[in-house]
Design a protein around this ligand. Structure first.
Ligand SMILES: *[C@@H]1O[C@H](CO)[C@@H](O)[C@H](O)[C@H]1NC(C)=O
Ligand SMILES: *[C@@H]1O[C@H](CO)[C@@H](O)[C@H](O)[C@H]1NC(C)=O
Ligand SMILES: *[C@@H]1O[C@H](CO)[C@@H](O)[C@H](O)[C@H]1NC(C)=O
Ligand SMILES: *[C@@H]1O[C@H](CO)[C@@H](O)[C@H](O)[C@H]1NC(C)=O
Ligand SMILES: *[C@@H]1O[C@H](CO)[C@@H](O)[C@H](O)[C@H]1NC(C)=O
Ligand SMILES: *[C@@H]1O[C@H](CO)[C@@H](O)[C@H](O)[C@H]1NC(C)=O
Ligand SMILES: *[C@@H]1O[C@H](CO)[C@@H](O)[C@H](O)[C@H]1NC(C)=O
Ligand SMILES: *[C@@H]1O[C@H](CO)[C@@H](O)[C@H](O)[C@H]1NC(C)=O
Ligand SMILES: *[C@@H]1O[C@H](CO)[C@@H](O)[C@H](O)[C@H]1NC(C)=O
Ligand SMILES: *[C@@H]1O[C@H](CO)[C@@H](O)[C@H](O)[C@H]1NC(C)=O
Ligand SMILES: *[C@@H]1O[C@H](CO)[C@@H](O)[C@H](O)[C@H]1NC(C)=O
Ligand SMILES: *[C@@H]1O[C@H](CO)[C@@H](O)[C@H](O)[C@H]1NC(C)=O
Length: 842
């Protein structure tokens, strides 16, 4: 043991010769750490929620004085600090646990160094290889100290430190641990300063002590637990010591003589003096009793608890304990026997612990028939493999059964039948669900309140698996491979208060798990695959008082918090409180990876970032849709109102494009233009008679003009508007027959407008002024007030022909009209010649 420790120290020193700023002391646990800073050569860290430490064996020569921490545990370890002086701890008075360990150069702790440590409950001064002495008054002020541990260091003699153990300075000291001291003797007055102390537990172990003065422990008037394990004390010294304690009315409850090297038996006189001292708990572990003979123990009416762990026991019967009438608890861990012996009654035994890590272990159907008093049975870590039917017959008072980690592959149906008093059953770390996992396995466990099925490789839960467990309050299913939970599985568990589903493969769920469990208040579902909150999750966790969601990788986009807006105020507050208590529930977004959910929630949902969207789904969906709708409606109505214009412009564009293509071709075709009609006649139907005459006059005589008149030439089935457009564009000219009825007709106005636009269009595009494409004939007198602005303009700027009922003037009218409508001399052909000659000149 000592050699091991020295090796450890050497290892430490070697490993620290290369200490750099960020290296971690090997004494420290792995896990997330925060480097706080360098305090006069000492490197100080905080291990999240565990402790703070300052170290550096190279350069940490003086106490890191300005260091502070909010944690309540502090380690000054692996430094080269030489002295600890008054006021060094002035900034660390909040510390409750202090460890001064493995400081190789530490020689001296000044009196009064701890005077302000009024909160200190636990102190360890250990492995400081140069510490040879503690002054008598060094612990002054440790008024709250309950536990003091002094391990190894470099004391030659007990008295080099023991006088510092003063009950006056440490009035609340209950437990003293003196381990691995290498001090051979304990003298009479070594612990004199503990006189009258309330110390209850005294451990002097693994210290190569050969002799303890029989009166050395008499100052410890309240001593209850004495542990003298692994020393070199001989039995006569022990007997002397125990006799003195007893005769001084110091009544031990617990005596530990582990590792004393007893072989086959404990000396009778030792057991007799123990018996007289009225010890209730005796620890004889790590001695060597392969066989416990039936007369090993004398009559010991006070003995209630016996530990025989690691004693290489391979064969025994319960007769061996027949003289221990009040033995309640028997611990037989890490032994070698292959089954629990039957036969002798052990009626008063209430607790049996047999955890053996044996190669082979069997249970029979009559193993426990004569142990009807047993209330607690621990058979964990045995290699049981199969639980046969009736294994637990007779255990009608059993309340606690632990079958953890026992390689159980099969459980016979009805194995637990008869365990009507059982409240706790652990089947953790067994592979049986792979073979025998059905409700009948749990038959008879009508009062079972706690069931542990962790680490059982359960992939799914049969729907009726828990139907035989009406009293279950706590269900532990941690570390399985459950992907989903059907609420029906839990529906028989009306009394369920707590469920542990941590380390499974559950993802965000949409079906309330706990619909049928009105009493549920604690849920552990950490380290699953939950990525976001759903309505069902929020409803389920809103009934919890305790919740662990840590270790799930939440996606913390605002959208994942939107579901919170469905909660009422009190539920919301409750859930936020639960979340706030889980500092390790991390969440991931595109931008951030190390926020806790609550931090992110505070920053976004509650803060401005998410508020706009989250608070108002209206803003998110409804308003944009409304705007879109309005725009669509507006566009539609505009399109509808101007439908003719649009059609017209589209048509014109089409015409223009095809005309241009044609024009480029026809430019070479002499004197030819591409019009189908010489004129389109736009008129009001009331003037039809005139138009009939007009058509006859123009089409039947030279130059045989061709007119487009919609009653005659429009194709049946086409839209009139389209036909008009078509006609206008295929006619060289447009003839407007303007009368009072014409100007009143909307339709006619539109036709006129089309004709005018048509003209302008071509005028603009070709740069040609086709001024005369509109020819107007005025029928009768026109009232000016109904004239549209466009017509007014046309009549002002254009020459129009006035129809006269006078016959003499009519001949002249038709003449003029024929001239106006006759095809022109070919303009394009002339133009082209000019262009060509112009080109050749260059
Ligand atoms: C305690 O902290 C204060 C402020 O940081 C510092 O002035 C003082 O010297 C420190 N005292 C000790 C004993 O570390
Ligand atoms: C430690 O204290 C001793 C005795 O008071 C003194 O001689 C020594 O110099 C001190 N060492 C340091 C590093 O302060
Ligand atoms: C330890 O105690 C012994 C006996 O009282 C004494 O002789 C010795 O000097 C002490 N050692 C130290 C380092 O004080
Ligand atoms: C302890 O103190 C009491 C007085 O308080 C005294 O009578 C007794 O002798 C002391 N015992 C030892 C072992 O010093
Ligand atoms: C026990 O140890 C003490 C002191 O070491 C010694 O005086 C005594 O003779 C030993 N007794 C036996 C029986 O060995
Ligand atoms: C121990 O207690 C008994 C009675 O309880 C008493 O007679 C005896 O004197 C006490 N002995 C000591 C040493 O206090
Ligand atoms: C155990 O001991 C009993 C007698 O004490 C003996 O009959 C039996 O054979 C032993 N069993 C084993 C496995 O050694
Ligand atoms: C149980 O005890 C009874 C009577 O003491 C005895 O007859 C019986 O054989 C015992 N059964 C077992 C399995 O030890
Ligand atoms: C399970 O039992 C084996 C021996 O059977 C032991 O080595 C191991 O430590 C046990 N594990 C737990 C977690 O108890
Ligand atoms: C125990 O099992 C044996 C066979 O292995 C059988 O004969 C006996 O009846 C069973 N006893 C009980 C109480 O079930
Ligand atoms: C039991 O486990 C084995 C291997 O893990 C697997 O192949 C088998 O299907 C499982 N059986 C059941 C009933 O789940
Ligand atoms: C979030 O904000 C609440 C109050 O607004 C506060 O109580 C809580 O401590 C904050 N939590 C975190 C992790 O910032």
């Amino acid at each position: 043991m000592r050699r091991l420790a020295s090796l450890l120290i050497i290892f430490l020193h070697v490993s620290h010769s290369t200490t750099s700023e960020d290296s971690i002391s090997p004494w420290d646990p792995p896990g997330s750490t925060n480097f706080i800073g360098n305090f006069n050569g000492c490197l100080c860290r905080e291990y999240t929620s565990i402790y703070a430490t300052c170290y550096n064996p190279e350069n940490c020569r003086r106490f890191p004085r300005n260091f502070r921490t909010d944690l309540n545990r502090f380690r000054l370890a692996t430094t080269s600090v030489e002295n600890i002086t008054v006021a060094d701890f002035d900034n660390l008075t909040n510390i409750e646990i202090l460890e001064i360990e493995a400081n190789k150069d530490l020689k001296w702790i000044e009196n009064g160094a701890f005077t302000n440590m009024i909160n200190l409950k636990s102190l360890s001064i250990s492995y400081n290889s140069n510490l040879q002495y503690l002054d008598e008054d060094v612990f002054e002020g440790l008024i709250s100290l309950e536990s003091l541990s002094i391990r190894q260091n470099s004391f030659d003699q007990v008295k080099n430190f023991s006088f510092s153990l003063k009950s006056r300075f440490m009035p609340n000291l209950r437990k003293l641990e003196l381990i691995d001291l290498r001090c051979m003797t304990v003298d009479k007055d070594d612990f004199r300063n503990l006189n009258g102390s309330r110390l209850e537990e005294f451990n002097l172990i693994d210290s190569q002590v050969e002799y303890i003065h029989p009166e050395a422990l008499l100052p410890l008037i309240n001593l209850k637990v004495l542990n003298l394990g692994e020393n070199l004390i001989n039995t006569s010294v022990l007997i002397d010591l125990l006799e003195h304690l007893t005769s001084n009315n110091i009544t031990l409850n617990t005596l530990s003589l582990y590792g004393w090297g007893f072989k086959k038996y404990v000396p009778k006189d030792v057991l007799e003096v123990i018996s007289k001292s009225r010890v209730k708990e005796l620890i004889l572990s790590k001695n060597q009793f392969d066989i416990i003979s039936d007369d090993l123990f004398p009559y010991m009416p006070d003995l209630e608890i016996l530990h025989l762990n690691e004693v290489l026991l391979s064969n025994f019967t319960f007769n061996a304990f027949s003289k221990l009438p009040n033995l309640r608890t028997l611990c037989l861990t890490k032994n070698k026997f292959p089954s629990i012996p039957k036969g002798a009654p052990a009626q008063n035994l209430k607790e049996l612990v047999v955890t053996q890590e044996a190669r082979y272990f069997t249970l029979d159907n009559d193993t426990f028939v004569n142990m009807s008093g047993l209330e607690k049975l621990d058979l964990s870590s045995n290699n049981i493999r199969k639980i046969p039917n009736g294994s637990f017959t007779g255990l009608r008072k059993l309340q606690y059964l632990n079958l953890k980690n026992s390689t159980i592959f099969y459980i016979d149906i009805g194995s637990f039948d008869g365990l009507a008093a059982l409240k706790f059953l652990s089947l953790e770390r067994n592979p049986f669900p792979n073979r025998t996992f059905c409700p009948e396995v749990f038959a008879g466990l009508t009062n079972l309140e706690e069931l542990e099925l962790g680490y059982c490789a359960i992939t799914h839960l049969p729907l009726d698996i828990f139907k035989r467990l009406p009293s279950l309050k706590r269900l532990d299913l941690k570390m399985n491979q459950i992907k989903t939970i059907n609420p029906v599985v839990l529906s028989p568990l009306h009394n369920l208060e707590e469920i542990n589903l941590s380390w499974n493969m559950l993802s965000s769920w949409n079906n309330n798990f706990f619909k049928h469990n009105p009493k549920i208040a604690a849920l552990y579902i950490n380290n699953n695959k939950i990525t976001h909150f759903t309505k069902a999750i929020l409803e389920d966790i809103s009934s919890m008082d305790t919740l662990d969601l840590s270790g799930n990788l939440f996606n913390c986009e605002c959208s994942n918090f939107r579901v919170f807006s469905t909660l009422n105020r009190s539920t919301m507050t409750h859930i936020l409180n639960l979340l706030n208590q889980m500092p390790n529930t991390k969440c991931v977004t595109e931008k951030f990876t190390d926020y806790t959910i609550m931090e992110y929630f505070n920053k976004t949902y509650l803060g401005e970032e998410c508020k706009l969207i989250t608070n108002d789904i209206l803003l998110d969906y409804l308003i944009p849709s409304i705007i879109l709708l309005i725009i669509t409606a507006l566009t539609a109505s505009v399109l509808y109102i101007y439908r003719w214009h649009i059609r017209y412009w589209i048509f014109l564009t089409k015409m223009f494009l095809s005309r241009r293509a044609q024009f480029n071709r026809t430019i070479t075709l002499e004197g030819h233009d591409n019009y189908l009609y010489d004129a389109f006649v736009s008129y009001s139907s009331e003037d039809r008679n005139f138009v009939v005459r007009l058509v006859a006059m123009l089409e039947n005589y030279e130059p045989f003009l061709k007119l487009c008149v919609y009653e005659r030439d429009f194709e049946i089935g086409t839209f009139i508007s389209e036909s008009v457009l078509e006609c206008v564009s295929r006619s060289r000219k447009t003839l407007l027959i303007i009368s009072n009825s014409y100007i009143k007709s909307q339709w006619c106005r539109w036709e006129a407008q089309v004709a005018e636009n048509h003209r302008l269009f071509f005028e603009n595009e070709y740069g040609e002024c086709v001024n005369d494409s509109i020819i107007m004939i005025k029928l009768g007198t026109i009232s000016q007030q109904n004239l549209s602005p466009m017509l007014k303009y046309l009549m002002k700027t254009r020459i129009y022909l006035q129809w006269d009922s006078d016959d003499s003037k009519q001949k002249q009218f038709w003449e003029k009209l024929r001239n106006a409508l006759a095809p022109p001399v070919n303009v394009y052909a002339v133009k082209k010649e000019e262009t060509i000659s112009g080109d050749t000149k260059d």
